[in-house]
Design a protein around this ligand. Structure first.
Ligand SMILES: CC(=O)SCCNC(=O)CCNC(=O)[C@H](O)C(C)(C)COP(=O)(O)OP(=O)(O)OC[C@H]1O[C@@H](n2cnc3c(N)ncnc32)[C@H](O)[C@@H]1OP(=O)(O)O
Length: 207
């Protein structure tokens, strides 16, 4: 058992992150930081301050960012790295992780997710409940794969991209960075221009 785990963000995503950390049994205690002063306790765990207080805790705590927004998570993660924070990787005990899979710090892999062999997952990613990431994928930093996303073999997802719930990507596809794939979309062609894509097959939403 290690020290305290401090989770930044005590809303829905932060709670699921705490649930996973509790099940991992690696920390003596778990607490939150959240900017909503009205939240004092979540899941019986204490909220001990605001996100801006994190610097006073970096030395003695492991710190994990429980915020779903990719850009916000990236900003805080980059700040924590500059302070040499200890940022763990969280993997739910029911997730299945293949051989030769690399998962960087700050990434959470949720219940029932499957990551097949020879795939790399960057830092600060969310591999949400029941997502399937097939073999030889490259998921770059600060990507969110929502619940039930399915990536076939040899897919590359660029930094900061968000795939909505239940979306599907066929094999050998590249999706560029900072894009949004809508809920239930099916990506059958490379996406090289950042934007929001929806439907079957996925097409760019005009802005
Ligand atoms: C545990 C968790 O909760 S993790 C979070 C999971 N959440 C998700 O997966 C949410 C994913 N988000 C979506 O799918 C959103 O609808 C987005 C991001 C694709 C689009 O959102 P917005 O930019 O706000 O678009 P907006 O709602 O204005 O819709 C624009 C048009 O696209 C259509 N559209 C929006 N989303 C979709 C979709 N997933 N599939 C097909 N069409 C869609 C709308 O019907 C609308 O069409 P219209 O102009 O003909 O009326």
């Amino acid at each position: 058992m290690g020290k305290n785990l401090l989770i930044i963000g005590a809303s829905g995503h932060g709670k699921v992150v705490a649930d996973i950390a509790l099940k991992m049994g690696r920390w003596e205690s778990i607490s939150f930081l959240d900017d909503n002063e009205n939240i004092l306790q979540v899941m019986g765990l204490e909220v001990i301050g605001k996100s801006s207080d994190v610097h006073q805790y970096v030395k003695d705590n492991d710190v994990f960012i429980g915020i779903g927004n990719n850009a916000v998570r990236k900003r805080i993660h980059t700040d924590l790295e500059s302070k040499h924070a200890s940022i763990p990787t969280l993997v739910h005990p029911t997730a299945i992780i293949g051989e030769r899979v690399e998962i960087e710090p700050g990434t959470v892999v949720m219940a029932g997710a499957i990551i097949n062999c020879c795939t790399s997952i960057g830092k600060g990613c969310i591999i949400n409940t029941g997502a399937i990431v097939e073999h030889d994928n490259q998921v770059e930093d600060f990507v969110h794969l929502s619940p039930g996303v399915r990536l076939a073999g040899t897919v590359r997802v660029g930094e900061g991209t968000w795939l909505g719930i239940g979306s599907i990507v066929i094999n050998n596809i590249t999706i560029t960075s900072e894009s949004i794939i809508g809920a239930g979309a099916v990506v059958v062609r490379d996406i090289m221009m950042a934007g929001t894509y929806v439907g079957v097959p996925a097409k760019r939403l005009s802005s």
